[in-house]
Design a protein around this ligand. Structure first.
Ligand code: PEP
Length: 247
C-alpha cells in the first residue's frame, strides 16, 4: 500500500508575521518539484499572512490547536470553523506540550479531532509515551491507549497520526529507527483491528528531534510515512533537506 509521504512543520510559539512570511518565501524557493506533501503550522497570529504567502504553492496550512465548539462564549479559543475560514487544511491535536502544560486530555483530543473532521479539516493526532513509561516497558500500552481514546468511532480516511515519544521532543534524543518502526507498526495493527482496511492508508508520522542527519533513516522504515518536525522546521536550511529526504 503506497502512502504519500507527509512532512509537517510545527513552529510552536515562534515567528512574527514578518519572520513567517520570510520563511515561506525561502521554503517556496527550496521546495520545487518535491513529490512530498508538506504543511506548516505557524502560530495563530501568522495564519492569515502565511495563507497569503502560500498562494499558488502546494504547501498546506496547518494550525497547532483548536477547540471543539464552533462558535460561542469561549474567550480565547479558536474553532475548526474559523481555522477552515482562514484556509487551514490540517490541525495538530494532542501535542505532548498541550497535554503536559495545558491539561489536554484524551477525551479532549477526541472531541477536537471529531470537530475538525466535521469541518473538513484533517487532525494530526499526536500520541507518545513519557520516558518513565518507556523505561517501565509500557510504551506500546500507553500509545495504543491514547490512539484508542482519540480515534474511537471516528472515520480514519482524513486522519493523520503522529507518534512522538515525549522524551524525544526538543531534546536532541531520537528514537532509533527500529524502535520507532516497532511503535508505528503496532499503531497500524491496532487501527486495522479497530477500523479495518483503512488503517493501511492512514499516514503515521514520526516526531521527536527529526533533523536532516537522521530523517532519511527514519523515513525509510516501512510504517513511517513522514515526520512532524519542531525545531528543525524553523529554518528553510534544516526543513527543506528533511522534506527532500522523504521524496
Ligand atoms: C514537535 O514539536 O512536534 C517536535 C517533534 O519537536 P522537535 O522536532 O523539536 O523535537
Amino acid at each position: 500500500m503506497s502512502r504519500r509521504p507527509f512532512i509537517a512543520g510545527n513552529w510552536k510559539l515562534h515567528k512574527t508575521v514578518a519572520e513567517a512570511r520570510e520563511l515561506i518565501h525561502e521554503l517556496r524557493r527550496e521546495l520545487v518539484d518535491v513529490d512530498v506533501e508538506v504543511a506548516v503550522a505557524p502560530p495563530m497570529t501568522a495564519l492569515d499572512a502565511v495563507r497569503q504567502a502560500l498562494e499558488g504553492s502546494s504547501i498546506h496550512l496547518a494550525a497547532q490547536n483548536t477547540y471543539h465548539e464552533s462558535t460561542g462564549a469561549y474567550t480565547g479559543e479558536v474553532s475548526p470553523l474559523l481555522l477552515a475560514d482562514v484556509g487551514c487544511r490540517y490541525c495538530i491535536v494532542g501535542h505532548s506540550e498541550r497535554r503536559s502544560l495545558f491539561g489536554e486530555t484524551d477525551a479532549g483530543v477526541h472531541a477536537k479531532a471529531a470537530a475538525l473532521l466535521d469541518h473538513g479539516l484533517s487532525p494530526i493526532v499526536c500520541v507518545g509515551e513519557r520516558l518513565e513509561e518507556r523505561e517501565a516497558g509500557r510504551a506500546l500500552e500507553v500509545v495504543l491507549g491514547q490512539i484508542e481514546a482519540a480515534l474511537e468511532g471516528l472515520a480514519l480516511e482524513e486522519v493523520v497520526v503522529a507518534y512522538e515519544p515525549v522524551w524525544a521532543i526538543g531534546t536532541g534524543r531520537t528514537a532509533s529507527p527500529q524502535d520507532a518502526q516497532e511503535v508505528h507498526e503496532a499503531i497500524r495493527t491496532h487501527l486495522a483491528a479497530t477500523h479495518g482496511p483503512v488503517a493501511q492508508r492512514v499516514r503515521i508520522l514520526y516526531g521527536g528531534s527529526v533533523k536532516p542527519a537522521n530523517a532519511a533513516e527514519l523515513l525509510a522504515q516501512p510504517d513511517i510515512d513522514g515526520a512532524l518536525v519542531g525545531g528543525a522546521s524553523l529554518q528553510a536550511a534544516t526543513f527543506a533537506p528533511i522534506v527532500k529526504s522523504a521524496s
